[in-house]
Design a binder for this molecule. Structure first.
Ligand code: SF4
Ligand code: SF4
Length: 299
């Protein structure tokens, strides 16, 4: 089982139907426990995890998000600037998923979006000079998967509803669009600072750590948010994920997506001025020397 982002970059062993599908298009597919290929799709996986996947799986396993990443995920770089990503870890002795059992998926109710979609693939497509990201779908036809031979047709929209993937797409959408925007803007945005990469990692993958960061005194002194918003971010994972995407727009693109407290902007300009002066005094430092990143700054 390979997710579509991987499929697009690395042609799979099995063919991907070269037809873009929309929500109203019809597919022929059915997967069930009695099929002769049961579990085959979980024996050789390459699954990129989204922020919501990580939260659902870590809550399912009753562990924190940092512990989940350490135990069940493998880091990789999503682009030439080192934007961090994670894949689902496989077993030590085989490319099989750690969660597959003889009875099927051991985390079925909380399985990742890529597993829900299979044998469909989905991707966001940002056309050149367009601010809008289109959702497109593909049928993934790998030889081992016999679900394509079953006698059932349904639309892509019906399949997404059946597989419970809509909530995943809804919560991950802003994050995915940020990643796409970062990728498509290339050299015009440039390599993010070390601090921005750390914040991207925190807000995207370690939601428990991001919650501590947001509820900490430094964040509260910087951003002007109502107490009821902090209360919601403290108790509600999904609200915190949506907030994380707003925060990342500020971190990566300098958008004013979260209001700053009065006076904070002037203090920052002054701090930046002092850092630049210090850099010049030191004889000029590399553009992304971490010594010149301000640990408190987020934009
Ligand atoms: S999470 Fe479940 S469905 Fe996805 S690869 Fe693992 S066992 Fe298969
Ligand atoms: S039909 Fe396809 S998706 Fe279902 S168990 Fe078989 S290989 Fe996996």
């Amino acid at each position: 089982m390979k997710d579509i982002k991987t499929l697009v970059q690395n042609p799979p062993r099995g063919p991907v139907e070269p037809v873009q599908l929309g929500l109203e298009d019809t597919i022929r597919f059915r997967c069930h426990k009695d099929i002769d290929c049961f579990n085959q799709c979980c024996m050789d996986i390459d699954i990129t995890l989204t922020p919501y996947d990580i939260v659902r799986l870590s809550r399912r396993l009753s562990i924190g998000t940092a512990e989940f990443l350490a135990l069940h995920a493998v880091p990789f770089e999503m682009d030439q600037h080192g934007m961090p990503g994670y894949k689902l870890r496989t077993r030590e002795d085989a490319p099989a998923c750690q969660f597959v059992t003889a009875e099927g998926c051991g985390v079925y109710e909380d399985r990742p979006a890529a597993c829900r979609y299979y044998a469909l693939g989905s991707m966001g497509l940002r056309r050149k000079d367009s601010p809008v990201v289109d959702d497109i779908y593909f049928l993934v036809k790998e030889p081992h998967c016999h679900g394509h031979l079953e006698d059932r047709t349904l639309t892509v929209g019906e399949y997404r509803r059946e597989q419970g993937v809509e909530i995943y797409d809804e919560i991950n959408r802003d994050w995915r669009d940020i990643v796409l925007k970062k990728r498509s803007s290339g050299p015009t945005v440039g390599r993010p600072s070390e601090r921005s990469l750390q914040l991207f990692h925190l807000a995207s993958y370690d939601l428990d750590g991001f919650r501590r960061f947001v509820l900490g005194s430094s964040f509260r002194e910087t951003f002007d948010l109502a107490p009821e918003i902090y209360a919601e971010l403290e108790r509600d994972d999904e609200a915190l994920l949506r907030f994380a995407a707003r925060f990342l727009k500020q971190v990566l693109f300098g958008e004013r997506s979260i209001p700053l407290r009065e006076g904070v902007r002037d203090q920052r300009i002054e701090r930046r001025r002092r850092r630049l002066a210090q850099r010049a005094e030191d004889g000029g430092a590399p553009p992304h020397d971490p010594r010149y990143d301000d640990a408190e700054e987020t934009d």
